[in-house]
Design a protein around this ligand. Sequence first.
Ligand SMILES: Nc1ncnc2c1ncn2[C@@H]1O[C@H](COP(=O)(O)OP(=O)(O)OP(=O)(O)O)[C@@H](O)[C@H]1O
Length: 279
Amino acid sequence: MVDIHDSVGAAKQQANPQLALEEAVKAALARIKHKFVVMSGKGGVGKTSTSVNLAMALAGQGAKVGLVDVDLHGPDVPRMLGFSGVLDVDAEKRIIPLRYNDNLSAVSVESLIAGKDSAIIWRGPVKHSVIQQFIGLVNWGDLDYLVIDAPPGTGDEPLTVAQSINDARAIIVTTPQEVSLADVRKSINFCQKVNMAIFGIVENMSGFTCPHCNEMVDLFGVGGGERTASAMGLPFLGRIPFDPRIVACGDAGISFQEKYPDTPVAKAYAAIAEKVMAG
Ligand SMILES: Nc1ncnc2c1ncn2[C@@H]1O[C@H](COP(=O)(O)OP(=O)(O)OP(=O)(O)O)[C@@H](O)[C@H]1O
């Protein structure tokens, strides 16, 4: 198992470990074509579900994808990918990401800690270092896409991403209600302040798809994300309906898109992935 504090490996033996880590981050990023951070102002709106399903959809199209879980206090990526193993290091002391399939690998702090219910209690500088290690010290190889799942809000984690990856683009997830949209405007404001380009807005839990007949029912309302995108002059990437099968798939670590390929939700994820590939 990797001890994150020791995983700097070769870099740690350098005179200036922080500089060595930053160089490792630059070298890793040079081998990754596109970087996206999935964020939101509010918790529980579906960032991780969107990150995981977007990563799966891109990988399903043949792209090489890395998924980084920087939701350090609530890391859910391993559960949603069905991972139970822990991260290990290769002979050069680089972290080997956990492999979902030939095209998709991921790292998460959840896969570093033995007792899965342990709480992470880290201050900003430690979080900054861990996130940089998840980019620079992981043996990602050549990737088409790096998808970064951020925690809710505009704290240390998205700030580290913005500062470390100058060509990262934000995908902001919201639900249709006004209370969530108000927080989206804060995320937009954050991106503007830290000079991070916004790729677009996703409206999750937008209407309800009946699992029996696939009929759509208004649940939390529909269209708020699109209206916000339009009002702020940002691209709207699409609506993902509410579908209880997403919860079941996420909890079981099963791919929704593989299990229910012909549903509105699977088509919505595929359409968002197409926009990502086109953009
Ligand atoms: N479109 C949807 N339909 C039904 N359930 C959904 C949908 N999107 C997400 N969920 C469920 O809502 C819950 C929260 O989703 P998720 O963990 O993706 O949100 P999050 O924004 O990443 O949360 P956090 O604030 O913890 O980071 C999960 O149980 C997930 O399965």
